[in-house]
Design a protein around this ligand. Structure first.
Ligand code: SF4
Ligand code: SF4
Length: 61
């Protein structure tokens, strides 16, 4: 399964909730923002998307 996880940096506030929510280490904190590092490990659970307070994350299968 190929999953595309995208972060819209124009509305991300840097709260880190998505990094904490991902159980698969797909989203990591780098310098001052979250980045998608291991999309191959993504289960498409959408926890990151649901926890983001500003709806900055999209998850597409
Ligand atoms: S959809 Fe789930 S597994 Fe994929 S990046 Fe988000 S929290 Fe992690
Ligand atoms: S949960 Fe949303 S606002 Fe918070 S760091 Fe992640 S993408 Fe940015």
């Amino acid at each position: 399964m190929v999953v595309t996880v995208k972060i819209d940096y124009s509305c991300c506030t840097g709260c880190r909730k998505c990094v904490e929510a991902c159980d698969y280490g797909v989203i990591e904190w780098f310098e001052d923002q979250p980045i998608v590092t291991n999309p191959i490990n993504c289960s498409a659970c959408s926890k990151c998307k649901l926890i983001c307070p500003v709806e900055a994350i999209s998850v597409k299968k």
